[in-house]
Design a protein around this ligand. Sequence first.
Ligand SMILES: [Zn+2]
Ligand SMILES: [Zn+2]
Length: 175
Amino acid sequence: MTHNRETHPKDFPLAGLANDGWSTEDEATATCFCGAVQLAFLTRTQPTQGPGLVKTFVCNCSDCHKITASMFASNFAVLDTHLKHLRGRDNLQTWGQSQTIASRHMMTNYFCKTCGTLMYRVGSAFPGISICRIGTIDDFSLMETKLRPREEYFVNTRVNWLPGVEGTEKRDGML
Ligand SMILES: [Zn+2]
Ligand SMILES: [Zn+2]
C-alpha cells in the first residue's frame, strides 16, 4: 500500500525534505531531516488498545544533553515488532556505549548517516523495544495527543530555567 498526501490528505505541516509523511487512525510515520529514513509505528497505547506504543517520556539526563545538543530528549518507546522501516534502514548508522549508563547496559543510537537525525535508541536493558524520538514524527498534532509525554525522567538533572513538562509523572533517575 502506498501512502501519500493524496490518499492521506491530513492537514499537517511537513518539515525537512520529505513530503510523504502520513498518519492514520492507529499508525503514523517518523522521518529524518533529509528524508532518507522513514519509519512507521503504531500509535495505539498499551495495554488498553493492544500492543504498540509502550510509553512516552521526556528525559533530562546528562547523556540526553549531549545526544540532543540541547537540554532534554522527547521519546516514545515502541515494540520492535510494531516498528516498520519504510525506507532507509541501510542508511542508519549505529553508535553505542555503556560507560555512562547507570545500569552499565549498552545503549545504541541509530541515526541517519546522511543528515545525522537520531531516529531511535536501543538498550540491552530494554530488549524488544526501540526508543524513538517524538520530534521526528511527521504529523505534529500527535505531539499534542497520543505522543504527548506522560512521564519525565531525571528531573534531578533538568536545567533550572525549564519548569518541566506539565501533567507528567516525574522521577529523579529513570526507574
Ligand atoms: Zn536523513
Ligand atoms: Zn536521557
